[in-house]
Design a protein around this ligand. Structure first.
Ligand SMILES: [Zn+2]
Length: 151
């Protein structure tokens, strides 16, 4: 006898602990008063997800300007062009490999590869100097969503 299985729906994206901070309005308190680079807009609580698996990577509140810009287009030594946005933190990323200053796009910063913490897609890089760190995440490998759209 044949049984009709329920139609698989979209799986609920895994919840990240930091998303809870968004939901109860504490995100605002995470902004450090001393960090003048941070561009905070509480009216747009949007989340950046991995395009490949929907894992929550970071939020719009984490976007930072580095040397005056938060979006860069750079070409690596292999000739591949990347457009990436800069974020002060990306809790959904996992960094791998050895940190290096070779071919760095930001003077004084070393970098490591940053992967999606869930599906391990290459999402960008983490840059670190002696007193600063940020993530450069490839725009085409992410998508936006409002937190309310997840429920
Ligand atoms: Zn992913």
């Amino acid at each position: 006898m044949l049984r009709v299985s329920p139609v698989p729906g979209n799986p609920t994206p895994p919840a990240a602990p930091w998303l809870a901070l968004q939901d109860n309005g504490l995100a605002r308190s995470r902004q450090r008063a001393s960090d003048t680079r941070r561009q905070h807009d509480a009216s747009l609580p949007r989340i950046w997800h991995c395009l490949a698996c929907d894992w929550q990577i970071t939020s719009e509140q984490e976007r930072v300007a580095i040397a005056g810009d938060s979006v860069y287009r750079r070409v690596n030594p292999a000739g591949i062009a990347f457009e990436f946005s800069c974020f002060g933190a990306a809790p959904g990323c996992r960094t791998v490999g050895c940190e290096t200053g070779e071919h760095t796009w930001f003077a004084g910063y070393h970098w490591r590869v940053a992967l999606c913490g869930h599906c391990l897609t290459h999402l960008g890089w983490r840059f670190r100097s002696t007193d600063d760190r940020f993530f450069g995440l490839i725009v085409q490998r992410l998508r936006f969503a409002a937190p309310d759209a997840l429920h």
